[in-house]
Design a protein around this ligand. Structure first.
Ligand SMILES: Cc1cc2nc3c(=O)[nH]c(=O)nc-3n(C[C@H](O)[C@H](O)[C@H](O)COP(=O)(O)OP(=O)(O)OC[C@H]3O[C@@H](n4cnc5c(N)ncnc54)[C@H](O)[C@@H]3O)c2cc1C
Length: 614
């Protein structure tokens, strides 16, 4: 068994920042990651990082834009923390040597982004995430922080008290992809989940194949509530054939969207008469699909994004990477032709419920980055607000896990304080088909762990996981995970996309239930112990099923139209009924639905929900 003070699961922007912060607080910290750090998906981020750095801008304006973008479903303490702390964090990156794009006078450049009232998105060409990841990785190397890379974390070692709020996380179980060895990692102070997004729940996504929602699913099964899962961001400009992202930076620099009639539809049809192409992402995605549905799409599928008028110099200076992506993945020369684009799954606004210090309701368990929900983005994230979230909340989680006093959090986690139970009418029973053998279904350990030491809790979890993996490997016939995964991805894209209606959502739940049934017969074809990606993907597929179901349950329950969540049956935002967070807890393998209030009370003002127009 490996042992450290703090274990960080994941080596993207959030994980690296958390590890650096914990180390600065004097903790012995280690990162466990299924990918080498610089292969993490943060490296794909293109457009930029929002921070109120300039005269004429303020953290208060950033907070207001973020709250409005969230369609008033963000929590003010989290939003204000993000906006107050992101300038300092961006300056820290600059001091660590991040290669930001600059003005002639040497200042870090900032560009306009959708939904922002000020051009406050700092960037490094169209490869901001790549620069950010490498800058922080340098710090990791310099500080000698231990990284167990190509280790797949498959479970958490959590005690099994009845109430999740009474449980404690003592570590994780991980599988060494290189050797096939399964081992326990004990964390004496805390475990920080920084496992990123869940785009692989859908079949058209800007996310990497590694984004399978592992952290969200593991925390959920260990009893941690997951929050606002129905809010999925569909980015308006992904390439139709692959889902590869064309950054919002293109529209930020002046790129224009056209339909098949050559009309600038954002203005022509009044989708966003003021902000046009730079309206919030949910607005632009709906506009594009409406154009296609009205018969004004190209090849009945996509619209055009044109940047030719920006000129070669500006394009190669600020958007060179976009030229490569359009050429390599779509065969289009962005200097000569418009680029085909359509909405693609891009980001999960919801995730593991945390407070503004990154803490979950399970003792010793933290989450930060895209897998977490503090909640900053509410029902719709503004472009350029995810990267600051990584560095602000990654840092806070790292500090807190290492013992720094960050003050009492204002956001309450778990079922304490004000909350109400909910109900949703589903066509099939959601959750596990049948509770899992001797291991309790909620991911806790089967023994009475109240009396066990942290070390023994981890040992117990390793034993249980070894049995699970062995049973997957023992089968020599059955269904392969790829079939199950692909059917669920297709159903999610068909039924839980930009436009959602009751019938489709129910169909998705039926498809997921059927997939769960088939997963009982899943088998791993590759018998080898080394680099067995078949096994890893089989485990990931279970996480895809759990997160897909949570997204769909939330979407079915929420009968209103808010932010990225559009419902055919409810065409308006209903603040009287729905100004609340959707929560799901995994009780003995059955999802329990409940709600908690949104916090609109900020440091010195109350945010008042208004009609969101751009
Ligand atoms: C194409 C694209 C462009 C984007 N551009 C921008 C932008 O310009 N600005 C912006 O603000 N946001 C942007 N976003 C969003 C933002 O980049 C992501 O939300 C963010 O980078 C996620 O960072 P993370 O650290 O949470 O996760 P990631 O960077 O995805 O890292 C996750 C880490 O967890 C590890 N991991 C996962 N599961 C396991 C497991 N089971 N065991 C062990 N390790 C595991 C992985 O190995 C990886 O190291 C973009 C997103 C995409 C997809």
């Amino acid at each position: 068994m490996y042992e450290h003070d703090v274990i960080v699961v994941g080596a993207g922007g959030a994980g690296l920042r958390a590890a650096i912060a914990a180390q600065e607080e004097g903790a012995d910290v280690a990162i466990v990651s299924k990918l080498h750090p610089v292969r993490s998906h943060t490296g794909a981020a293109e457009g930029g990082i929002n921070a109120a750095l300039r005269e004429g801008d303020s953290w208060q304006d950033h907070a207001y834009d973020t709250m409005k973008g969230s369609d008033y479903l963000g929590d003010a303490p989290a939003i204000e923390t993000l906006c107050k702390e992101s300038p300092k964090e961006v300056i820290q990156l600059e001091h660590w040597g991040m290669a930001f794009s600059r003005e002639d006078d040497g200042r870090v450049s900032q560009r306009p982004f959708g939904g922002l009232s000020f051009p406050r998105t700092t960037y490094a060409g169209a490869e901001t995430g790549h620069q950010l990841l490498h800058t922080m990785y340098e710090q990791l190397v310099k500080r000698g922080i231990t990284v167990y890379d190509e280790w797949y974390v498959s479970d958490l070692a959590v005690t099994d008290e009845e109430r999740p709020e009474d449980r404690t996380c003592h570590g994780v179980v991980a599988y060494d992809i290189q050797s096939g060895e399964l081992s326990g990692f004990r964390a004496k102070e805390g475990v920080i989940l920084a496992t990123g997004g869940l785009g692989q729940v859908f079949d058209h996504t800007t996310n990497a194949v590694s984004n399978t929602g592992d952290g969200v699913a593991m925390a959920y099964r260990a009893g941690v509530p997951i929050e606002d899962m129905e809010f999925i961001q569909f980015h308006p400009t992904s390439l139709p054939s692959t889902g590869v992202l064309i950054s919002e930076g293109v529209r930020g620099e002046g790129g224009i969207l056209y339909n098949s009639e050559g009309e600038r539809f954002m203005f022509e049809y009044g989708y966003a008469s003021n902000a046009g192409e730079l309206a919030s992402r949910d607005v632009v995605s709906r506009a594009e699909l409406s154009e296609v549905n009205e018969g004004r799409g190209i090849d009945d599928e996509y619209v055009h994004l044109d940047m030719r008028h920006l000129g070669e110099d500006r394009i190669t200076d600020r958007l060179e990477n976009i030229l490569h992506l359009a050429k390599d993945f779509e065969g289009v020369d962005g200097l000569e032709e418009p680029m085909p684009v359509k909405p693609g799954q891009h980001y999960a606004m919801g995730g593991i419920e945390t407070d503004e210090n990154g803490e979950t309701c399970v003792g010793g368990l933290y989450a930060a980055g895209e897998c977490a929900c503090a909640s900053v983005h509410g029902s719709n994230r503004l472009g350029g607000n995810a990267l600051p979230e990584l560095i602000v909340f990654g840092k806070r989680a790292g500090q807190h896990a290492a013992g720094k006093d960050l003050g009492t959090a204002e956001i309450e986690t778990g079922q304490q304080g004000e909350y109400e139970l909910g109900e949703v009418d589903t066509p099939v029973q959601p959750g596990e088909v049948e509770p899992a053998g001797d291991a309790v279904a909620d991911g806790g350990v089967a023994a009475d762990t109240g009396s066990l030491s942290g070390h023994d809790v981890v040992e117990h979890a390793v034993k249980r996981e070894r049995a699970r993996i062995q049973s997957l490997m023992d089968r020599d016939d059955g269904v392969q995970h790829a079939e199950i995964r692909s059917d669920v991805q297709k159903s999610m894209t068909r039924n839980v996309n930009v436009f959602r209606e009751e019938e489709g959502l129910k169909q998705a739940l039926e498809d997921i239930a059927e997939a769960r049934e088939r997963y009982r017969d899943v088998f791993v074809k590759d018998p080898s112990r080394t680099f067995n990606t078949d096994l890893i993907q089989t485990i990931e597929t279970r996480n895809i099923l759990d997160t897909a179901e949570a997204i769909t349950l939330g979407a079915l329950a929420r009968e209103e139209f808010r932010g990225a969540h559009w419902r055919a049956e409810a065409q308006e935002r209903k603040d009287d009924e729905w100004l609340k967070h959707t929560m799901l807890s995994w009780n003995d393998g059955t999802p329990e639905l409940w709600y908690k209030p949104v916090i609109l009370e900020g440091e010195d003002k109350e945010y008042e929900p208004k009609i969101r127009s751009y």
